[in-house]
Design a protein around this ligand. Structure first.
Ligand code: GDP
Length: 331
């Protein structure tokens, strides 16, 4: 049996070391690891697709990790097995990671029913933009799903680009907000609000509770003016206190309601299909660039063309066309 196949079997049977090993493999940028990772994913694919995939976003300090811990513990108490992954654009920029801190979610990490994967670090700048990181997170998600975890929680910091990528790999999107001091809408970009299936005003406790209520009603009003993303679901605003547990059970129940509603309209399956097609196209583009830059002759040609673009001699679009024409002629 090939290495990838036996690793896949161990992942499916629930072997945690195999799971960690499999995720390390899909996150690796080494070319020989890549082909193994692809064989692994092909072998796992029939076991994927069963979990509810939930994206969780919000600005640093809003309480994401506290929330995910409380949410995860609640899910375990209801017999679920949650997995937590992080898509963290900061790890690419700084080499470090705000989401990767090992002390986060210490309680949840103690439970064998949960699996927490800190965000991949050390990706460095791969020249492929954020898509280069997000594609591996999506693969890690599939590995967790094949290992039987459900739901899969994908956490990200609110910086726009990462939220879009996370919404492109999940079924449901939770946006966490802080109780606002005034009645301003926290400068949340409309585009991000539009992704949200549930808006959660966290820290609804103590002195912040009144502000949280007002913020929740402001956002409920703002949401009513927006076009819902799904036929079967109208986004709602809920309040929570990740610290004392208020609202957590209700949010978990809403997630189940969401799953049932979208399964009834068939939208979850349709969305998964669209997402798979989207990631295929993205993967194709990224893979072409990787193959070319990994091959010395092509890399040299690319560098020369890129230089012309940089100097303003060629426009990006005509430069790309030139490269493709050259490649097709050389077949
Ligand atoms: P993250 O950066 O979004 O992951 O936020 P953290 O989970 O690290 O929380 C940031 C700070 O807010 C910590 O000091 C938490 O204890 C606190 N915090 C998180 N949730 C709540 C909450 O529901 N109520 C209150 N009062 N504080 C909270």
């Amino acid at each position: 049996m090939s290495g990838a196949k036996s690793l896949a079997e161990r992942v499916i049977s629930g072997d945690r070391r195999a799971l960690a090993q499999a995720i390390t493999l899909v996150e690796s940028t080494r070319a020989d690891h890549r082909s193994e990772a692809e064989a692994l994913l092909d072998a796992l694919l029939p076991q994927t697709g069963k979990a509810l995939r939930i994206g969780i976003s919000g600005a640093p300090g809003v309480g994401k990790s506290t929330f995910i811990e409380a949410f995860g513990l609640h899910l375990i108490s209801r017999g679920k097995r949650p997995a937590v992954l992080a898509v963290d654009p900061s790890s690419r920029l700084s080499g470090g990671s705000i989401l990767g801190d090992k002390t986060r979610m210490a309680e949840l990490a103690k439970h064998k029913e949960a699996f927490i994967r800190p965000s991949p670090s050390g990706f460095g700048s791969d020249g492929l933009g954020f898509g280069g990181i997000a594609r591996r997170s999506r693969e890690a998600l599939l590995v967790c799903e094949a290992a039987g975890f459900d739901p899969i929680l994908v956490e990200t910091v609110g910086v726009g680009q990462s939220e879009t990528a996370v919404s492109e790999m999940t079924d449901m999107f939770l946006l966490l907000l802080l109780p606002a001091a005034g009645d301003d809408l926290q400068g949340i970009k409309r585009g991000i609000m539009e992704l949200a299936d549930l808006v959660i005003v966290n820290k609804s406790d103590g002195v912040l509770e009144t502000a949280a209520m007002r913020t929740a009603s402001d956002y409920a009003h703002a949401l009513r003016l927006m076009q819902p993303r799904h036929r079967g679901w109208r986004p709602e605003v809920l309040r929570s206190s990740a610290l004392n547990g208020f609202g957590i059970a209700e949010i978990a129940a809403k997630a189940e309601e969401f799953r049932a509603a979208l399964d009834e309209t068939g939208e979850r399956t349709a969305r998964r299909r669209d997402q798979a097609a989207l990631w295929f196209n993205r993967e194709l583009g990224l893979s072409i660039i990787e193959r070319l830059t990994g091959d010395p002759a092509h890399a040299e040609m690319l560098r020369a063309v890129e230089d012309k673009v940089a100097r303003g001699v060629l426009a990006p679009a005509s430069a790309a066309r030139h490269v493709i024409t050259t490649l097709l002629k050389a077949r």
